[in-house]
Write a protein that binds this ligand. Structure first.
Ligand code: AMP
Ligand code: GLY
Length: 426
């Protein structure tokens, strides 16, 4: 098979790594890719917002499967356009991708089909005064979310009415999230531990991959600002087999059926973001693609043929036995540039990459580029360093990951030192 992976982050590096090591691969292209994917296939510099350019590329290279990594091209109808051109694609159409791209739609869908989630109200910008009235008498903390895509920044947790007013002003008056904030979801605050589950689906049937836990805040002990994710580990022991079965039964199966019923059949990876509350698992959010950095921890744990899993799902006949998790643990630690998620320096030379990589260490590139043969940083989250062990031993895995990280250098490198501690403290 000739395969295209769309994207250029750590997630896409991990996806390309798994495809590269699957039976049945002929050529692998990564559009546009990064210095980490360069060793796995051919990077091609194409504008991934130009759907026609992607179609043309696929036709001239006899592509059998396109795997779309990020949400933006999915919401921009890349999968629709590829399917119209009879090209197999792993990733949902635009309408199904609204499960992430339109939180108001996702919440209404969950309500209509009795899928457990936080109680909520939706307000359009034209109903600003009703929203202000509502937050006067609401219970706090209260969560205010921009309905559209906001790169993980559109969620405001408000402790009181003053903060809630400020959040509404951000969305409606100051347009901090552009059009994405012209509709807001005001949500009840849920208490519990979070977990992420990837459901791989052909639209009808699915398999859930081992659950992971992300670390969204910049600082240790979940302090400081929200980020795109500072590290992840899998499997997350808090998601016991019983809880996983409950998630599959009460959330994943019904939401896939609901999407199908609404004429929005979802083919691809449905990311189920969960809060494990005292009333059982509830949905925090759905994403229409693999999560990052969780992908960098979950995928290395899978045995079997990952390409076959994605291909079989793309043609509507998911081969659930194509991959299997048969034990082991993985931890991915994100190495960032100090200052992220605010201002940070770019262009910092990175050394020690080969030294750090090994049998049980995978170094995935996220924000890097090559300048005159040298790898330099080009983003806030620079690398994902993943340790994988065969034992179900997160402590051993953590020690290996941090040992590997010590071999990597760039100026002002920053990482959290407590990845997976939540599981280790249990
Ligand atoms: P989201 O982008 O919807 O995943 O939200 C980002 C983060 O905000 C989540 O990972 C949670 O930590 C937090 N969050 C979002 N919604 C809620 C909620 N209803 N209750 C508590 N925390 C939430
Ligand atoms: N790790 C969270 C996300 O991918 O949205």
């Amino acid at each position: 098979m000739n395969v295209v992976v769309i994207g250029s982050g750590g997630r896409e590096n991990a996806i390309a790594y798994k495809i590269k090591h699957s039976h049945g691969l002929n050529k692998l292209f990564i559009l546009p890719g990064n210095p980490g994917t360069e060793n796995l296939g051919i990077n091609v510099d194409i504008d991934i917002m130009d759907n026609q350019a992607i179609v043309d590329f696929c036709k001239s290279n006899a592509i059998d499967l396109v795997v779309i990594g990020p949400e933006i091209p999915l919401v921009n109808a890349m999968a629709d356009v590829l399917r119209e051109n009879n090209i197999n694609v792993f990733g949902p159409d635009k309408l199904a991708a609204e499960i992430e791209g339109n939180k108001a739609f996702a919440k209404d869908l969950m309500q209509k089909y009795n899928i457990p989630t936080a109680g909520f109200k939706i307000f359009e910008k034209s109903c600003y005064s009703q929203a202000l009235d509502y937050i006067e008498s609401a219970a706090y903390p209260l969560v205010i979310k921009a309905s559209g895509l906001a790169a993980g920044k559109g969620v405001l947790i408000c402790q009181n009415n003053v903060e809630a007013k400020e959040a509404l002003k951000d969305c409606f008056e100051d347009e901090a999230f552009g059009l994405s904030g012209s509709t807001v979801v005001v949500e009840e605050f849920m208490v519990g531990q979070e977990a992420s589950v990837f459901a791989i689906t052909d639209g009808e049937n699915f398999i859930s991959l081992p659950a992971a836990q992300d670390h969204k805040r910049i600082g240790n002990n979940d302090q400081g600002k929200n980020t795109g994710g500072m590290g992840a580990y899998a499997p997350a022991p808090i998601v016991t087999p019983e809880i996983q079965a409950e998630i599959d039964e009460t959330i994943t199966a019904p939401v896939l059926q609901a999407l199908k019923k609404e004429g929005r059949t979802f083919v691809g990876c449905l990311y189920v973001g969960l809060m494990l509350t005292s009333d059982g698992p509830k949905v925090v959010e759905f994403n229409c693609r693999f999560g990052d950095p969780e992908t960098q921890a979950v995928l290395p744990l899978l045995d079997g043929n990952f390409l076959q899993l994605l291909y079989s799902a793309s043609i509507g006949k998911i081969d659930k036995a194509s991959v299997i998790y048969s034990g082991g643990a993985a931890i991915c630690i994100v190495a960032a540039s100090k200052g992220y998620p605010d201002k940070y320096e770019k262009g910092l030379e990175i050394t020690g990459l080969d030294d750090a990589s090994g049998n049980d260490i995978l170094v995935f590139h996220a924000g890097t580029k090559k300048v005159k043969g040298k790898v330099v940083s080009s983003g806030g989250r620079v690398l994902g360093v993943t340790a994988v062990v065969k034992e179900n031993d997160l402590a051993l895995c953590k020690a290996k990951a941090y040992e590997a990280l010590k071999k990597i250098h760039f100026d002002n490198i920053y990482y959290r030192t407590d990845i997976a501690d939540k599981a280790l403290k249990k």
